[in-house]
Design a protein around this ligand. Structure first.
Ligand code: SAM
Length: 213
């Protein structure tokens, strides 16, 4: 994703009612923050947030938190969010490495990873959001029956994930090398990247992982 500094972005983010500032203060208290006991689902690396905002509008009985490392990218999501009447979604500008400081054990029901950066060089493997260190972070915050759903069009990252996820102590519940023409397509919500790459003819890969019982 092309990054550029957007003048005034830090201020707009700091003042936005849709962005959680000091999210670590909500750890163990997210239900109180949302004002209900609905399950909480998060997207890590939400980009401009189209996917998670559509999910939130379709599922008012679920609470959503969109996580994006770069505030300049998050700003685009906030602008779109202002046009929508939703009470079940917030954003935060943090690195996924910090998630266990933000959510208590079992506080998250589902984690979405969509078109995560592939980091193709071996020496950068630990930066991939499906690498063992990140799976350990997800393990700390997911409910016992929680799942991680991962979509990408990057074959290298997908093949890597089919190995790294079980190696981290997870089970792959289901996967496909052609999401849009598979049984897993029902209810699929397209992300910005998914729309772009599938319109170029790329197949979309998806896996769903749960903890080994
Ligand atoms: N999910 C969106 C989609 O499918 O259209 C955006 C995909 S974009 C390629 C990946 C996004 O993940 C980028 O915006 C990037 O900043 C974010 N990201 C990468 N690593 C991250 C991390 N460790 N924590 C939070 N966000 C991260």
């Amino acid at each position: 994703m092309r990054l550029r500094h957007i003048p005034g972005s830090e201020e707009e983010i700091a003042n936005s009612p849709y962005v959680v500032s000091n999210p670590e203060e909500k750890k163990g208290r997210w239900s109180e923050f949302f004002g209900n006991d609905n399950p909480i689902e998060i997207e890590v690396g939400m980009g401009k947030g189209r996917f998670i905002m559509e999910l939130a509008s379709k599922n008012p009985g679920i609470n959503y938190v969109g996580i994006e490392r770069y505030c300049s990218v998050l700003l685009r999501g906030i602008q779109k969010r202002q046009e929508m009447e939703l009470s079940n979604i917030y954003f935060m500008c943090v690195d996924a490495r910090e998630l266990s400081d933000i959510f208590a054990p079992g506080e998250v029901k589902k984690i979405y990873l969509n078109f995560s950066d592939p980091w193709p060089k071996d020496r950068h493997a630990k930066r991939r959001l499906t690498s063992e260190p990140f799976m350990e972070v997800y393990n700390k915050i997911l409910a016992p029956d929680g799942v991680v759903e991962f979509k990408t069009d990057n074959r290298g990252l997908f093949d890597y994930s089919l190995e790294s996820v079980p190696a981290a102590g997870w089970e792959i519940r289901e996967y496909t090398y052609d999401l849009h023409h598979s049984d897993m397509a029902e209810g699929n919500i397209m992300t910005e990247y998914e729309e772009k790459f599938s319109s170029m003819g790329n197949a979309i890969f998806k896996l769903v992982a749960e903890r080994k019982r």
